[in-house]
Design a binder for this molecule. Structure first.
Ligand code: HEM
Length: 424
């Protein structure tokens, strides 16, 4: 779920009439703190047509009610063939040139009935039982990573903790053998560092992942085990119409959708706690008292307050339709701004306040509708384990730099920090 890096100001086509001009979108300062611009859009131009830094024109949907409705609207397709400006073989949605290679024919790029069939198959393999059984392993990975820097008094929490945890967890879940996991970690790192810009690194790392997954599926077929790839192979062998390419694309989307998101849940969540003293103290008290209720509501609130997925992935109007009073033409791309919807004062009282005990918190951080996050139970497990262990084992954890010195990644879809230097 990556996107182009910000390059310049918003070059809005349909500038709304308002007392103040449209604030710049997709600049570096916007990447640091997009929330004031989103507040402006929600109020003055809630369904806003804009030209993205890539030159593609799209609609931004920023109010909670419109966002929720759009996410569940079957007239908004996930299949890029519906993009009016899309040429065959040219992907606007993800990694350049990969659509033709097959890996991009995955859950986030398809509609029913294919989506229904594939999602049903993977849901069987992605059972709550498998996730629950995974809890001790996630705890072990978390402790091992913290052990590596606990004595040093300082760390970069992105590099040393938030980045390796989900990749090792996903490798274990898929069934990538231990000796291959560092290669996998390098390829995944390349994908994130370069976003989806037209740079060779991304295409190269995706090619490596594709070749590796194809080979792994062959190896597993001869030696099925208790892991997700083996489950996918079993499903395809039982005549459930899952081709080998679909199995590889499924493994890829699980990596691609579950990796950077979880890094950013841990990164953005830790950052929010480190910059909100009262909430941090409350979090620590709850951990000391074994109050798991606050851990659960707290992680949900961190997802609402500054979630990893800033914009939901691309959708395309398959017919002319109306969203929030704006006429969307057939073929227009629609981007639902989850980060704006989750700060909508029409839905959340005091939306800019971090309240770890917030109830009635139906945030859109995991999306909504048929593409609702498949990995949400695993993400919750990883987020809760990571944050609870970090703040229990390093009780005086604090930022090592001024918040103004931190740099945010510039991708369109994801929101996350490049580094998070801490001391303890
Ligand atoms: C905090 C971490 C996570 C967040 C915030 C998150 C968020 C999301 C969101 C917003 C969507 C819907 C996108 C859209 O409709 O455009 C989504 C879909 C998805 N997520 Fe997650 N995700 C997280 C972790 C994970 C993990 C750990 C996995 C798997 C290991 C995963 C697998 C998926 C898959 C496969 C989809 C596509 C589902 C479909 O199209 O039916 N996610 N996620």
């Amino acid at each position: 779920m990556t996107g182009p890096a910000p390059t310049g100001p918003d070059t809005t086509d349909h500038a709304p009439t308002a007392a103040t001009p449209t604030p710049p979108l997709f600049t570096w300062s916007f990447a640091t703190d997009p929330y004031p611009a989103y507040a402006w859009l929600r109020e003055h131009s809630p369904v806003h047509r804009t030209t993205l830094p890539s030159g593609v024109e799209a609609w931004l949907v920023t109010r909670y009610a419109d966002a929720r409705q759009a996410l569940a609207d079957p007239r908004l397709s996930k299949n890029p063939v519906h993009h009016a400006a899309d040429a065959p073989g040219k992907s606007k949605t993800g990694i350049p040139g990969e659509r033709s290679a097959g890996l991009m024919t995955h859950l986030l790029n398809i509609d029913p009935p294919d989506h229904t069939r594939l999602r049903r198959l993977v849901s069987k393999a992605f059972t709550p039982r498998r996730v629950a059984a995974f809890a001790p392993r996630v705890q072990e990975l978390t402790d091992d990573l913290i052990d590596r820097f606990a004595q040093k008094g300082a760390a970069d929490l992105i590099h040393d903790f938030a980045f390796p945890l989900p990749i090792y967890a996903i490798c274990d879940l898929l069934g990538v053998p231990g000796e291959d996991q560092d290669d996998f970690r390098d390829w995944a790192g390349m994908m994130i560092r370069h976003g989806s810009g037209p740079r060779g690194g991304v295409a190269r790392s995706v090619k490596k992942i594709r070749a590796y997954l194809t080979e792994l599926i062959h190896r597993k077929r001869a030696d099925l085990a208790d892991d997700l790839i083996s489950d996918l192979i079993r499903a395809s062998d039982h005549g459930e119409h899952l081709t080998e390419n679909e199995a590889a694309a499924m493994a890829f989307v699980i990596l691609f959708a579950g990796f950077e998101t979880t890094i950013n849940l841990i990164g953005n969540g830790t950052y929010a706690l480190l910059t909100h003293d009262e909430q941090r103290a409350r979090f620590r008290r709850a951990l000391a008292e074994g109050d798991t209720g606050l851990l659960e509501t707290g992680v949900e609130e961190l997802l609402r307050f500054d979630g990893p997925v800033e914009l939901a992935t691309w959708r395309y109007a398959t017919e002319a339709l109306d969203i929030g009073g704006e006429s969307i033409r057939r073929g227009d791309p629609v981007l639902v701004v989850l980060a704006a919807a989750d700060r909508d004062p029409g839905r959340f009282p005091d939306p800019d306040t971090l309240d770890l005990a917030r109830r009635d918190n139906q945030h859109l951080g995991y999306g909504h509708g048929i593409h609702y996050c498949l990995g949400a139970p695993l993400a919750r497990l990883e987020g809760q384990t990571a944050l609870a262990t970090l703040f229990t084992r390093l009780p005086d954890l604090r930022l090592a730099v001024d918040p103004d010195e931190l740099r945010w990644r510039g991708g369109l879809i994801m929101r996350g920090l490049r580094t998070l230097p801490v001391e303890f």
